[in-house]
Design a protein around this ligand. Structure first.
Ligand code: MGD
Ligand code: MGD
Ligand code: MO
Length: 579
């Protein structure tokens, strides 16, 4: 899995050391790893040289929405007040291969930077908040695999006051960074540990799903086989801003690859030179310009088969040659079509069937995933090329999950000594704690508009069954407190027959900003849904380099699981909350 920082040493220095020793960078890194002089940062994540100091959050509400284990983030990442109640894991429950530091660092970050247009549970903790232009104040594109249109965002008004489009904000930062970097960093060689990737020959790295660990002496460390690929990248730090504002030269030689199909884009580059204009002078001289957000939109539309019929058919032609099945006709009706940004501004435009996706919109059909595989016998991207259920990977076998099986929730009592589900005592009733997606918001967005606030009771709520409510003397709308090892939450109870006994819901991403009272437990303001969760990583999610079990950015990788959490809930003795 990709992870940054990757090594316990600056990768720029690693490349310099290799050059000084007259060795290829990859060989040098392998030698150092083998000798134990170099380690992966993930082996000792609390070592000061191994954690990042600057975090930039864009288009996410990390501390209010996505990140599970909110209170741990507050404590260890930010070093601010938190309600973490857990003690350090006992020695027999600690990791074996990862260094355990008695005093886990607090306040790892030096700088938390956020770009957003709302006040969120993240912006309230940020050192710097850059005010972002909203969707009606900037140009942008939107499309998803769930609907068959590509839309434009258009400014009704220019970005007001200090707000900027995200493109402008980042380009401005890039320009200042480049100016300062000229003296400090200049041109350097970087070494990047790239994961074994999906839809590439990397999928063959572990034949039969047998995993050999070079660190345990079971094999040699071989980049791209038994460890990540080691790729060198020439960085010209003073040119970062110029490069951001131009379409780079690797497209000329490498083309653009998606799901194993390489698109040749010479024609598109020429088109974009005319459409966007070219850069004059400097590092990017002669390249198609991406100086403005609309240029970036045109580039995306030109380089994707879903909006460029020429590329869609080109991609299907390559796929036909490889699979022997007829496919190019799926895009043929649009072969001459190039959707431009102006087209999307006039109206949402239906997209073109393309090998970048698995469904078909041919003839105005509505998208549904995998129709091309089912109807045209395009092989599935699996080991067998069929729908593939049996996973003969070592780790899947070890976990008993070689075939899809029912796995009951983890027994958190037996594993971590947490209270037992169903127990009722002085502290309240112990229940399973689930945080499914909210009906009165999309993640943390929209919950703060008046309609949604009225429809949802307008503040933190926990849904519970009549049975559990009765056990602790709670009536609908009473204030309750939920406490577990990870944190504390104060919320109103929604007592409903729709909840099964033994399980409560606190809907995902109720932000810290609306009607959150102080808790009786700590005297501090209560937490959010993710105050009661923490990250558990499922080991099988870390499998890589084996057919469909290979990493792909935004497709396959580990997720943080929060589903087995338990909490104790009780009625607040004082129903008059304070803020
Ligand atoms: N406990 C628990 N945790 C979960 C989940 C769960 O079910 N339970 N679900 C998980 C899942 S599936 C997801 S997808 C994540 C979602 O987690 P996030 O993606 O972090 O959540 P959002 O609240 O959608 O955050 C998006 C933010 O981007 C801002 N924004 C929107 N448009 C723009 C823009 O154009 N520019 C800028 N600069 N900002 C913009 C919004 O104002 C908002 O604050 O949460 C995950 N976390
Ligand atoms: N209104 C609204 N719509 C949304 C979103 C939103 O925030 N708001 N977010 C969008 C996004 S990004 C996503 S990812 C999707 C998510 O949408 P879904 O995948 O539907 O996710 P959830 O609502 O989190 O969970 C679905 C159900 O899983 C159950 N569940 C919990 N644990 C387990 C378990 O161990 N086993 C089983 N079998 N079931 C379990 C929960 O009780 C819940 O009813 O929704 C999308 N649509
Ligand atoms: Mo999601």
């Amino acid at each position: 899995m990709p992870s940054y920082p990757t090594f316990d040493r600056n990768p720029l220095d690693l490349a310099d050391d290799a050059a000084a020793a007259g060795r290829p960078v990859a060989d040098h890194v392998v030698d150092e790893l083998k000798a134990g002089r170099l380690k992966f940062a993930g082996e000792d994540p609390d070592a000061p040289e191994n954690f990042p100091r600057v975090l930039t959050i864009w288009r996410a509400n990390l501390l209010g929405s996505s990140a599970k284990g909110n209170e741990y983030f507050l404590k260890h990442l930010l070093g601010t007040d938190s309600s973490v109640r857990a003690t350090e894991a006992p020695p027999d429950a600690r990791p074996r291969d990862v260094v355990w530091r008695e005093e886990a660092p607090e306040g790892k970050l030096d700088l938390l930077l956020t770009l957003d247009f709302r006040m969120t549970s993240t912006t309230v903790f940020s050192d710097i908040v850059l005010p972002a232009a909203t969707w009606y104040e900037k140009y942008d594109l939107s499309s998803t695999d769930m609907h068959p249109f590509v839309h434009a965002f258009n400014p009704a008004i220019p970005p007001p006051w200090q707000t900027r489009s995200d493109w402008d904000a980042f380009h401005t930062i890039a320009k200042e960074f480049s100016r300062q970097a000229a003296g400090h960093l200049g041109e350097r060689t970087d070494v990047v540990a790239a994961p074994l990737l999906h839809d590439t020959p990397d999928e063959l790295a572990n034949p039969h799903g047998r995993v050999r660990d070079w660190k345990a002496g079971e094999c040699e460390p071989v980049p791209g086989r038994t460890m990540p690929k080691l790729v060198t990248v020439e960085r010209d730090y003073a040119a970062v801003a110029d490069k951001m504002a131009a379409l780079g030269p690797l497209l000329d030689t490498l083309g653009a690859t998606t799901k194993g199909i390489t698109f040749k884009v010479d024609r598109e580059l020429e088109y974009l030179r005319h459409k966007n204009g070219t850069v004059r002078g400097g590092t990017a001289d002669g390249r198609p310009s991406l100086a403005r957000d609309t240029h970036a939109c045109e580039a995306i539309l030109a380089l994707s088969g879903t909006t460029n019929g020429h590329l869609a058919t080109q991609g299907f032609n390559s796929l036909e040659a490889r699979t022997g099945t007829r496919l190019a006709d799926l895009a043929a009706e649009h072969q001459g079509k190039q959707i431009t940004f102006a087209d999307t501004q006039a109206a949402p435009v239906p997209v073109i069937t393309s090998p970048e996706w698995s469904g078909s919109e041919t003839g105005g059909r509505r998208y549904s995933p995998f129709t091309v595989n089912v109807e045209r016998l395009k092989p599935w991207h699996t080991l067998t090329g069929r729908q593939h259920f049996y996973l003969d990977h070592d780790w899947m076998s070890a976990l008993g999950e070689g075939l899809p099986v029912y796995r009951p929730p983890l027994n958190m009592d037996a594993l971590f000594g947490e209270p037992r589900i169903g127990d009722v005592g002085e502290l309240g009733v112990t229940v399973r704690y689930l945080t499914p997606h909210n009906k009165w918001s999309i993640h943390s967005e929209y919950q703060d508009n008046l309609f949604m606030l009225s429809l949802s009771r307008g503040g933190p709520t926990i849904w519970m069954s009549k049975e559990d409510a009765e056990k602790i003397g709670v009536h609908d709308n009473d204030w309750v407190e939920a406490v577990n090892r990870n944190g504390v939450v104060a919320a109103r109870a929604i007592v409903s027959h729709r909840m099964p006994e033994g399980t409560v819901y606190m809907h995902h991403a109720q932000d810290r900003l609306i009607d959150v009272p102080r808790t009786e437990t700590t005297g501090r303001r209560g937490g959010i849904h993710n105050s009661l969760t923490r990250l558990l990583i499922k080991p099988s999610h870390l499998i890589g380099g084996y057919a469909q079990l290979s990493y792909a950015f935004n497709y396959i990788g580990p997720t943080g699981n929060q589903r087995d959490e338990v909490t104790v809930v009780r009625r607040r003795s004082n129903q008059e909350v304070t803020y």
